[in-house]
Design a protein around this ligand. Structure first.
Ligand SMILES: [Zn+2]
Ligand SMILES: [Zn+2]
Length: 241
């Protein structure tokens, strides 16, 4: 497949309370493996031990480039209820470069397929969200076709999270069917590591193998080619011109 990873779009650092490297270590790793961008997407404040709101408010003061790597200052917001409510205020979400929204069992008890679908549909409609995070998690099975079509309608990106295949039950099968729908409806995806330690930065092999297996169109993998991802970054941040 014609693919060159240019950005890891989902990474954590010490501030999450359950990750073990600094942001600078992650940036150095990104540089060492030739990435052009790193999305720093710390867990939102609804997760225990996660940083508080001011952390995300203040993050805009970090530099845009660190030693040649573009830093996208983001968050992995928690979906807190099945109406799609997120755990950061709108004005803070709007100021971030890259917003992933995810369900986590630490924050929201799994419920019915109808509930999980309703939550995702609300997230898909939220203009402050960029990416639906690790949606292959079988704790939150949902109507995949309905949600993928909503992503198409509202310009959302679906994440194929490589780490999920190892830790989230049922992820591979779900990611496969979700990716097949993305292929069918031409919905863009990103592949990500969800790194919680520096050695995982850029590890997206599981996601790539799955996408190759199903003949996924490489042009729909947004972080698989420099100019393609740069265009996304420019649209979302207005910077990096
Ligand atoms: Zn997550
Ligand atoms: Zn994460």
């Amino acid at each position: 497949m014609d693919f060159q990873l240019v950005a890891d779009t989902h990474t954590h650092a010490l501030a999450s309370g359950h990750a073990y490297s600094t942001l600078l270590e992650n940036l150095h790793a990104a540089k060492a493996i030739g990435l052009s961008f790193l999305c720093y997407t710390e867990h939102g404040p609804a997760m225990e031990d996660a940083p508080r709101r001011f952390y995300f408010h203040n993050i805009k003061n970090l530099p845009d480039m660190v030693e040649g790597v573009g830093l996208l200052k983001g968050a992995e917001a928690n979906i807190c209820d099945y109406e799609g409510t997120l755990d950061l205020p709108e004005k803070d979400l709007a100021a971030l470069d890259w917003v992933i929204a995810s369900y986590h069992t630490q924050v929201i008890d799994p419920s019915t397929k109808e509930d999980a679908t309703r939550g995702w549909l609300a997230v898909a409609k939220n203009p402050l969200v960029d990416v639906l995070g690790h949606c292959g998690d079988s704790h939150y099975d949902f109507d995949q076709e309905m949600v993928v079509k909503a992503c198409k309608e509202h310009g959302k990106i679906i994440e194929i999270n490589s780490h999920s295949f190892e830790v989230r039950q049922g992820s591979k099968e779900n990611c496969r069917s979700i990716a097949l729908l993305c292929k069918e409806y031409r919905v863009p995806v990103v592949v990500s590591s969800d790194a919680h330690f520096v050695t995982s930065i850029g590890k997206v092999g599981n996601s790539l193998a799955l996408l190759e297996e199903i003949g996924f169109p490489p042009e729909l993998i947004l972080n698989g080619e420099y100019n393609r991802f740069l265009q996304v970054v420019r649209e979302k941040t207005g910077r990096f011109q």
